[in-house]
Ligand binder design. Structure first.
Ligand code: IPM
Ligand code: MN
Length: 346
């Protein structure tokens, strides 16, 4: 028998609602001899208003004692932009060294894509998660004057690039098509771009079976729309990865289906799984949010912990549920969760 220690951070807005359904499906899919010991953490806008805290050190310490973290969504219009994003979400990613931000882009059968011609879309973006402009390296000068200057410096280390590139090659190697595309902008961002390209080419020599490709990020956005079937695994930096994974979600059925994992492959700290979507305050509390992205994030969590069969069963259940939605009225958040829980259980 096994016990999964799970930290749950529902967060803000629809985070609460979708996480409840994710946990429902998790409980339903696990074999009888596997127990979940989950601890819920009250973090986000409510806590910030009540105490001024975003992520206290004591909570950060406690979170370490878990096998994984499930997060709903962070952000609320009542909190200044950046406070919760930097003070909670990014702080977690940095503190737990989540350098592999894994974001699958898969178009399930029956799901409407805005793209013509029913393309086969099944790729995964390996977004670097701990560097780039996200480190907060920058500042302002001459504030409030007409000569004001703001810089936002992108940090790229050989160590940080190599480990994420190596991870992406290994993932490409394990997939049938064995193809890896580096996305950057090395015609303009020559300092970081050349380092990424050089390391990518070096690591490529260790993976002779993987075919490689390079695209500038602007060209990549064209191909996401005109030829998404050309992609298998994509590796890119933190900011380009943020942008292209929203585009990936848009072409694979929308943000309600996009799952992600913030992974620390060494296991030194717990990895964290979350839907790509935000807290959607406009529909919060109405039972309208689609919990599918969270449920698919739970599948990624199980996959990460080695519960491969259970992860696959969730994916199969989601595929069947999505195929059956065609032409039917929308269901509530808990109706979708109930349907998925029933499918994985039976
Ligand atoms: C995401 C989000 C975050 C990011 C924000 C909320 C900090 O957009 O997970 O994609 O930029 O990484
Ligand atoms: Mn984003």
């Amino acid at each position: 028998s096994r016990t999964l220690r799970l930290a749950v951070i529902p967060g803000d807005g629809i985070g609460q609602e979708v996480v409840a359904e994710g946990l429902k499906v998790l409980t339903a899919v696990l074999p009888a001899d596997t127990k979940v010991e989950s601890t819920e953490y009250d973090l986000g806008a409510r806590r910030y208003h009540a105490t001024g805290e975003t992520l206290p050190d004591s909570v950060l310490e406690e979170l370490k004692n878990n096998d994984a973290i499930l997060l709903g969504a962070i952000g609320d219009p009542s909190v200044p932009s950046g406070v919760l994003e930097r003070g909670l979400l990014l702080k977690l990613r940095f503190a737990f060294d989540h350098h592999v931000n894994l974001r699958p882009g898969k178009l399930f059968p029956g799901v409407a894509s805005p793209l013509a011609g029913d393309p086969v879309i099944d790729f995964v973006v390996v977004r670097e998660g701990t560097e780039g402009p996200y480190v907060g390296n920058g500042g302002t000068l001459r504030t409030g004057t007409p000569q004001e200057i703001a810089t936002e410096v992108s940090l790229n280390t050989a160590f940080g690039i190599e480990r994420v590139v190596r991870d992406a090659f290994a993932r490409a190697q394990a997939r049938p098509r064995k193809k890896l595309t580096l996305v950057h902008k090395n015609n303009v961002l020559v300092h970081a771009g050349h380092l990424w390209t050089r390391i990518f080419n070096q690591v490529a020599t260790e993976f002779p079976e993987v075919s490689t490709d390079y695209l500038h990020v602007d060209a990549a956005t064209i191909f996401f729309v005109t030829q998404p079937e050309r992609f298998d695994v994509i590796v890119t930096d933190n900011l380009f990865g943020d942008i292209i994974t929203d585009l990936a979600a848009a072409v694979t059925g929308g943000i309600g289906l996009a799952a992600s994992g913030n992974i620390n492959p060494s296991g030194a700290f717990p990895s964290m799984f979350e839907p790509v979507h935000g807290s959607a305050p406009d529909i919060a509390g109405q039972g309208k949010a689609d919990p599918t992205a969270t449920v698919l994030s739970v599948a990624m969590l199980l996959q990460h912990l080695g519960l491969t069969d259970e992860a696959a069963r969730i994916e199969t259940a989601v595929a069947a549920d999505l195929a059956e939605r065609v032409g039917k009225p929308a269901r509530s958040t808990s109706e979708v969760g109930d349907a998925l829980a029933a499918r994985v259980a039976g």
